[in-house]
Design a protein around this ligand. Structure first.
Ligand code: DGL
Length: 279
C-alpha cells in the first residue's frame, strides 16, 4: 500500500507509555488508521535537556509525516512540554503548513476542573515535565482558582520500561513520591498522572493514595479530545484514512517491543524497526 492511500494518525512517545493513549483512541475511533512510533532506543526522555527532547521529537514527527501522517499526537507529556510549542509555531509553518501536531497536556488540563472540589490538585510527572512548569502554567491560565502541587517521579518510567512496575521494588518509589506530593496539602483531592507511562502503575498508586482522591489517567481524556478535534477540523479528518490498520514502529528491537508492548495495548501485530537520528 502506498502513502497516498494510507494516511494514518501518528501517535508518538519516547517508549511504551503512549500505547496507553493509543489503546483508548482506537476504542473511540476504531475505523481510523494509526501508526505508533516509540523511540525506545532513546527512552527515557524525562531527564534529558529541552534541546535534546525537542530534536528527538522533531525527528520523530518528520518521520511520521514521511510515513503518510497528516496529524500527529505527541502521546508523551515530556515531549508535549518541551517540544510541542516550538514544533507548532516554528517548524510546521516551514516543513508542513497543512499538517498538525497535538499534545496531551492541554486536553488533560481542560478536563481537570470537572474532578476537583477542593481546587487543590497534584501533578505527577517526569523531571522534565515538572521542571517545564507546563501543567502549572496551563492550569493557571484556564483555572486561576486551582492550586497546583507537582512531584517529579524520575524512577517511574525506568521501572515501567524495564518491566519492574509490578514488582515489590516499585512500591518504595511510588509510596515515596505519593507521600511527598500529598504532604504539600491535605486537601489535594485530584491527582493527574502527567506521564503516559504511569497508568501501568495504577494499582500501586491507588495503594498509597487515600480513597477520596480522584486519580486521572490521560488516555480517555486525550481520546475524547481527539474525537472532538476531528469533528471541528474537517480538513484534517478528510486526510485520515479509515481502514482500521494500525502499524507499529520502534527504534529498538522489534521482538522486544512486541513482547513488552502487549502489556500496554492489545492491538500489537506487525512491528517494524526504524532508525532515527542517523541522517
Ligand atoms: N510517556 C512519557 C511522558 O508522558 C515518558 C517520558 C520519558 O521518556 O521519560 O512523559
Amino acid at each position: 500500500m502506498n502513502t497516498k492511500t494510507f494516511k494514518p494518525i501518528g501517535v508518538f512517545d519516547s517508549g511504551y507509555g503512549g500505547l496507553t493513549v493509543l489503546q483508548e483512541i482506537t476504542k473511540l475511533l476504531p475505523s481510523y488508521d494509526f501508526i505508533y512510533l516509540g523511540d525506545n532506543a532513546r527512552a527515557p526522555y524525562g531527564t534529558r535537556s529541552f534541546s535534546t527532547v525537542y530534536n528527538y521529537t522533531l525527528e520523530s514527527v518528520k518521520k511520521l509525516f514521511e510515513l503518510g501522517c497528516h496529524l500527529v499526537i505527541l502521546a508523551c507529556n515530556t515531549a508535549s512540554a518541551k517540544a510541542l510549542r516550538s514544533i507548532q509555531q516554528k517548524d510546521l509553518p516551514k516543513i508542513a503548513p497543512n499538517k498538525r501536531v497535538l499534545g496531551v497536556i492541554r486536553p488533560s488540563v481542560e478536563a481537570i476542573d470537572y474532578y476537583t472540589k477542593t481546587k487543590n490538585i497534584g501533578v505527577l510527572g517526569t523531571s522534565g515535565t515538572v521542571r517545564s512548569n507546563s501543567y502549572y502554567l496551563e492550569i493557571k491560565k484556564l483555572f486561576p482558582e486551582i492550586t497546583v502541587y507537582q512531584e517529579a517521579c524520575p524512577m517511574w518510567v525506568p521501572l515501567v520500561e524495564n518491566n519492574e512496575h509490578n514488582n515489590d521494588g516499585a512500591d518504595y518509589f511510588v509510596e515515596k513520591n505519593i507521600n511527598n506530593l500529598l504532604k504539600n496539602n491535605k486537601s489535594i483531592d485530584t491527582i493527574i498522572l502527567g506521564c503516559t507511562h504511569y497508568p501501568l502503575l495504577i494499582n500501586k498508586i491507588k495503594k498509597y493514595c487515600p480513597d477520596n482522591i480522584s486519580i486521572i489517567s490521560q488516555g480517555r481524556i486525550v481520546a475524547n479530545s481527539l474525537v472532538d478535534y476531528l469533528k471541528r477540523h474537517h480538513e484534517i479528518d478528510t486526510n485520515c484514512t479509515k481502514q482500521s490498520i494500525i502499524k507499529f514502529y520502534t527504534t529498538e528491537s522489534t521482538k522486544l517491543f512486541k513482547k513488552r508492548a502487549q502489556l500496554f495495548c492489545d492491538k500489537i501485530l506487525e512491528v517494524n524497526h526504524i532508525d532515527l537520528g542517523l541522517s
